[in-house]
Ligand binder design. Structure first.
Ligand code: URA
Length: 439
């Protein structure tokens, strides 16, 4: 078999056989297939898609590319949640400690920023000392000790996804349903999960802008997850504006700690609400609670008692980070005071936000990667408390850009200002946070 023959077949819209997919994924994993050939196949898949059988084979091949963790020694249900990616989408940092505090084991294999969307690993690394590259045994130790662990794909865990994820980001091939499905399910399957909840984002800051495509993705994720032996449920959730107030690595961690401490700004309420909803779904899938209502009450107790914050603290310490971040996020996180105001150009109502543009603007300012090997600047970001439907005056502050680089920050301010649509009236309903549950 030769890589170019497989690329040609997909280019010409022919169906790939399981053996061809296995050959390719194996070659990617072991460095025998060049990045330019992998990129070419990714683009062919992006353009021509994959049928259900191909999608299943790709997922299984990627899942088998590394070791599959075995946590059968931990006598708790193993459940996780994953998001398809959004802007200001930081719920993992709240959900993992919260659900762990309710007696569930959460082995979370996360990703880095992809395209305009932020990544849990990049956010966590803004905590001084925090390590996301854990060996399988370190991962298991943290999991046993704390109830949850957060790590990235490694040479041992979902290595094919590690390679392909980075190449998709750099080759504009992220928004392909079979690639998203294989990427997510292979990572989650490698973590030895029993059940998972997937947050499928829809809207101007999501990879799926239209509800119909998001639903198709959700159905594919649920079907493939279940057929890999993981009880899977997906929620279609709103991504027509940044989730909560903060977009950027350190400031998103700060917002999550504030939520765990119960001291957050009103505009961060959707982060709290969505975290609670996804967590409740996880507890029901884990068979910890029979109903979502019971699960919500249990979660509220874990938050109010401080147990969830305590888990977060233990996890930070166990993964090498500075646990004082829980008491003094401002003093510990790399934050900058230099800020630049984004003003409304005119009076009226916020009718829409081009959310991906905000994500791209913050990524270009250093908060994300433009090239695979770019270093992230954890200090940069954007904070806004203005939401769709709010009335604003001309010159009113929509939000603040944080950066030490004044000229790049000013460019970011203009990009973000242009991302807001301000109209004379707002007649539509406000976006609903959770639109649908797919099971
Ligand atoms: N999250 C992932 O892990 N993979 C994707 O492809 C998209 C979101």
């Amino acid at each position: 078999m030769r890589p170019q023959d497989i690329i040609r077949k997909k280019r010409d819209r022919e169906q790939l056989l399981p053996a061809e997919i296995n050959f390719f994924v194996d070659g990617v994993t072991h460095g025998q297939i060049a990045d330019y050939q992998t990129s070419a196949l990714l683009m062919a898949i992006y353009l021509n898609g994959m049928n259900e059988a191909e999608q299943q084979s790709l997922t299984e091949a990627m899942l088998q590319s590394g070791s599959i963790l075995d946590f059968s020694g931990i006598a708790k249900p193993k459940v996780d949640k994953h998001s398809t990616g959004g802007v200001g989408d930081k719920t993992s940092l709240v959900i993992a400690p919260l659900v762990a505090a309710c007696g569930v084991c959460v082995p979370m294999i996360s990703g880095r920023g992809l395209g305009h969307t932020g990544g849990t690993l990049d956010k966590l690394e803004s905590i001084p000392g925090y390590r996301v590259s854990l060996s399988a045994s370190e991962f298991q130790n943290v999991l046993e000790q704390v109830g949850y662990a957060m790590a990235g794909q490694t040479a041992e865990l979902a290595p094919a996804d590690k390679k392909m994820y980075a190449l998709r980001d750099a080759t504009a091939t992220v928004e392909a349903i079979p690639l998203i499905v294989a990427s997510i399910i292979s990572k989650k399957g490698a973590a030895g999960l029993e059940a998972m909840v997937i947050d499928v984002k829809v809207g101007s800051g999501a990879f799926m802008r239209e509800e119909e495509r998001a639903r198709t993705l959700a159905q594919a994720l649920v079907k493939t997850g279940n057929s890999c032996g993981i009880r899977t449920r997906a929620l279609l959730t709103d991504m027509n504006q940044p989730l909560g107030c903060a977009v950027g690595n350190s400031i998103e961690v700060k917002e999550c700690i504030e939520i765990l401490r119960g001291e957050f700004a009103p505009a961060a309420q959707p982060v709290f609400d969505l975290s609670l909803e996804l967590s409740a779904q996880m507890l029901v899938l884990a068979h910890v609670d029979d109903s979502l209502d019971e699960a919500r009450q249990r979660l509220q107790r874990a938050l109010e008692s401080g147990e969830a914050l305590e888990r977060f603290r233990q996890n930070v310490a166990a993964q090498g980070g500075d646990p004082r971040v829980c008491d003094d996020p401002r003093g510990v996180l790399p934050l900058v005071s230099e800020s630049f105001i984004v003003e409304s150009r005119r009076p009226g109502y916020i009718t829409a936000v081009e959310t991906s543009e905000i994500g791209h603007a913050i990524a270009a300012l250093g908060g994300g990667r433009v090239r695979i090997d770019d270093k992230i600047d954890a200090t940069v970001g954007y904070i806004s408390e203005i939401k769709i439907g709010d009335q604003v005056t001309a010159g009113q502050t929509l939000g603040m850009v944080y950066s030490r680089d004044e000229s790049r920050a000013r460019e970011t301010v203009s990009r973000i200002q242009a991302a807001y649509q301000v109209g004379d009236e707002f007649k539509r309903d406000l976006p609903t946070l959770v639109k649908e549950v797919v099971e």
